[in-house]
Design a protein around this ligand. Structure first.
Ligand SMILES: [Zn+2]
Length: 92
């Protein structure tokens, strides 16, 4: 079992999972991760600050199994796909 913090981009819905919990990743650390991604959206400075705050405030802690952890986007942001295009999360 592992604790993760799940961030969602308020602009495009992309997701990023960080191993750890909200004690390991404080708000400023989460903000840095979010800003890294938000830069790709080329927002104005105030819009970027607002979206950063939004993403940090909606960060969720999840406890996942070790196998599930591999399926989460821990290395980079995973672009949100239309639900129909996602397919099954686990192929057997
Ligand atoms: Zn985004």
């Amino acid at each position: 079992m592992a604790r993760t913090v799940l961030l969602t981009c308020p602009v495009c819905g992309a997701m990023r999972a960080l191993v750890g919990d909200l004690d390991t990743h404080d708000r400023s650390a989460l903000g840095d991760v979010v800003v890294d991604h938000l830069d790709a959206h080329r927002l104005g400075e105030s819009a970027r600050a607002l979206r950063k705050h939004e993403a940090v405030s909606t960060a969720e802690e999840r406890i996942v199994g070790d196998g599930e952890l591999d399926a989460l986007p821990t290395e980079e942001w995973l672009a949100a796909l239309p639900t129909e295009a996602r397919g099954p999360t686990q192929s057997r």
